[in-house]
Structures are given as structure tokens and as C-alpha cells.
Design a protein around this ligand. Structure first.
Ligand SMILES: [Mg+2]
Length: 266
């Protein structure tokens, strides 16, 4: 017998008690459907309800996102959730304990140059303090004929390549401090807080290129003998490298709540 819930739950999690699961979730494209205006992205209430249940039933739940922690908290207003924002540069535990990437803080003024250029030229951008994101999904301000490579070339005329790097992900360019923390560090910081992590199963669900960093974080845990499950959300925009590196693929965003419900035993 197969139904939707059994096909989305990887075999490695089929008989696992949620209390043994460390559940790490990307936000956009996983909990929140991708929309044209990133400022309008929201996590649907039924998904939030599942996250609340997961906090009650799992060993730990974390949202690991490129958004800053403040925005992540607005999108996932659930007590007890760890928030790893700006790709792991700023991590906040449920008790308020903070982990801030000093390398990224020191490079803040260099990253800010990208926001200044974006504002001057009229690109759609988001200043997240330690990183800046240039958005391409809304073409209005940018024009159809301007592509990411063109924008990246313009950015590199004003950015200091010793201090800043530009990363190309789904319909965005991320301008981030060079040598700053990644989602791999976010995964490590969160996992290190779990007592008895050796007996847990660390699960990560992501949909974009930066989630490959998170997968590398899981690989490091796996090398320490910890069970891990890397899950990619597929679809037409899913990076091939992420899908290739995953242990399990959910076909589409809407499979995520079905997966969560199956993991929690409906
Ligand atoms: Mg995402």
C-alpha cells in the first residue's frame, strides 16, 4: 500500500521516533512557498501548526535560512525554534543565546557597498545587515534584458573581492562577506547544542544552492557517526547539485507539509 505520506517519507525515517529527530528546515521554498515578491513570502498556517507540533515532539527544530533572524522570526513565530539566519552568520537559540559571526560583522561596510549600488541603479534588493540580496524574480525595476551575470559584473566594479563574494542562487545574487559562516556552520552550531546527538537522526530539508552547504554540515556529522538524512525539494528550479547530493527528494514544495505530518506520525 502506498499513499502520499509513505512516498514522501524516506525509508531511513520510516520507524524513527520523532523524539530522536533533530529537524533542520530551510524557510523559503520549504516552509514558505516561493513568490514573486520576497517581502510577501509567508509560511501558511497549516505548516506553522506542523512546526509547532515538531517543536513539541522532536529533539530540536531549527530554521536555517538566508533571511536575517528578525525576518525569520516574523515568518516562523513559533516558541522553541532555533533560528539560524543569514546562512549561519547569526544563530539564536530559543533561550536567547546568540552566535554572531565576527568575520561577517567586520566586513559589514564592504557588503553595504552592494546595497548602495543597488539603490542607485534601481535593482530590487534586500539589505539583511551582514549580507545583501539582489532579487531577479520581480523584473520590473531590473528590466527583462538585464541578467545576473551583467549585474554581478557591475557589482564587482565597486566591491572589494578580498572582502566580499557574490553567490548566485535561485533568482538571486547574494553578496556576502568572504570567509564568513555558511549553513554548514549553522548546522554545526545547532547540532552541538543537542545532548546525546550521537543517538539522534539529523534531518535537513532545503531547496537551493546554499542548502548544499547545510548538506556538507550533515556530511561532517555523518563522518562522526551520526545518522543524517539530506532532503532536497525538487521542481524545475531546484539546483541539480542539490538534488544529486540528497538522500531523498520531495517532488515539490507542497510535499513538505505531507512529509512533516508523516514524520510526526500524522
Ligand atoms: Mg530556500
Amino acid at each position: 500500500m502506498t499513499d502520499a505520506s509513505t512516498t514522501v517519507l524516506p525509508a531511513a525515517l520510516a520507524n524513527v521516533d520523532p523524539a530522536q529527530v533533530v529537524l533542520l528546515l530551510d524557510c523559503d521554498g520549504v516552509l514558505a512557498p516561493i513568490v514573486d515578491d520576497p517581502a510577501a513570502a509567508a509560511v501558511p498556517e497549516p505548516v506553522l501548526a506542523l512546526v509547532r507540533r515538531a517543536v513539541d515532539e522532536c529533539a530540536l527544530v531549527a530554521v536555517v535560512t538566508g533571511r536575517n533572524v528578525e525576518r525569520a522570526r516574523e515568518m516562523v513565530p513559533v516558541d522553541g525554534v532555533w533560528l539560524a539566519g543569514m546562512h549561519g552568520m547569526h544563530v539564536v537559540a530559543p533561550d536567547g543565546t546568540e552566535f554572531l559571526d565576527e568575520v561577517a560583522v567586520a566586513a559589514r561596510e564592504h557588503v553595504a557597498v552592494a546595497a548602495q549600488l543597488a539603490q542607485t541603479v534601481g535593482w530590487a534588493y534586500e539589505d539583511k545587515d551582514l549580507t545583501v540580496t539582489i532579487h531577479f524574480r520581480q523584473r520590473g525595476a531590473l528590466g527583462q534584458d538585464v541578467d545576473a551575470e551583467h549585474v554581478k559584473a557591475q557589482l564587482m566594479t565597486v566591491l572589494n573581492p578580498l572582502k566580499v563574494e557574490v553567490q548566485h542562487a535561485k533568482q538571486v545574487l547574494e553578496i556576502r562577506p568572504k570567509g564568513s559562516k555558511t549553513k554548514a556552520d549553522g548546522v554545526r552550531i545547532v547540532a552541538d547544542s543537542v545532548s546525546g546527538i550521537e543517538s539522534k537522526v539529523v534531518v535537513y530539508v532545503g531547496d537551493d544552492l546554499t542548502d548544499l552547504d547545510a548538506f556538507h554540515g550533515l556530511d561532517e556529522l555523518h563522518a562522526r557517526g551520526i545518522r543524517t538524512v539530506k532532503i532536497a525539494v525538487g521542481g524545475s528550479e531546484a539546483p541539480e547539485a542539490l538534488v544529486a547530493a540528497a538522500n531523498h527528494v520531495l517532488e515539490r514544495e507542497s510535499d513538505v507539509p505531507i512529509f512533516l505530518a508523516a514524520l510526526l506520525g500524522n
